[in-house]
Design a protein around this ligand. Structure first.
Ligand SMILES: [Zn+2]
Length: 211
């Protein structure tokens, strides 16, 4: 199991020497030349600017604070103390070794301890960590640990299934392979019944919501 030290949770520390827009575009022009093309030809002239703006989207998670996202909670609603599960959250991330996409989905569950959080917040926490350079194991742990720390629920479970383009479009070139990681805390870890209930919920097709 990967141990995540507290500073990695929440908002990332922005480096003081963050490059300017111009410096970023110049770096991308260098990579184009290095690949063997001419950054000044017509088709590529705006590419460094477009790529840098894509990077701002791919990596917007560095400027987001997943801890703050979960801070607004609601007191127990009518004593609800069963599993809350958000299934099939679309996951788009980038592998920190090759900077190519990791695409898949996440299931995030918690067992409330008197407090619940708006369900969209769970998806936003997934997004905030996913939009950073990641390895799937760390991403899984960061999401679970943050929910555990801020909500202090009776249990947290995060399951991620994703395909890594560093495996499909380069290296071993294996398609149709996905990687599954999970992090179970509290009741999901200690109580086999609770864990079974969760896995049944994850695997059920539900009430045909997804057609
Ligand atoms: Zn990779």
């Amino acid at each position: 199991m990967i141990k995540i030290s507290p500073p990695l949770l929440g908002k990332a520390a922005v480096p003081e020497d963050r490059p300017t827009q111009e410096e970023a575009e110049s770096a991308i022009r260098t990579l184009i030349r290095w690949a063997g093309d001419d950054p000044n030809r017509e088709g590529l002239i705006d590419t460094p600017n477009r790529v840098s703006r894509s990077f701002l989207e791919f990596f917007k998670g560095y400027d987001e604070d997943p801890v703050a996202m979960l801070k607004r909670t609601f007191e127990e609603v009518e004593g609800y103390d069963e599993i809350v599960l958000l299934k099939h959250i679309r996951l788009e991330s980038h592998c920190e070794h090759h900077m190519v996409p990791i695409i898949g989905h996440a299931h995030v569950a918690y067992l409330p301890n008197r407090r619940v959080v708006g369900i969209s917040k769970l998806a936003r926490v997934v997004d905030a960590y996913a939009h950073r350079l990641q390895i799937q194991e760390k991403l899984t742990a960061q999401i679970a640990n943050t929910i555990n720390e801020v909500l202090a629920p009776k249990g947290v479970a995060v399951i991620i299934e994703a395909a890594h383009e560093c495996m499909t479009t380069r290296g071993v070139h294996k398609t149709g392979v996905s990687m599954v990681t999970s992090r179970m805390l509290g009741a999901f870890r200690d109580d086999p019944t609770t864990r079974r209930e969760l896995l049944a919920m994850v695997n059920s097709r539900g009430v045909s919501l997804d057609g």
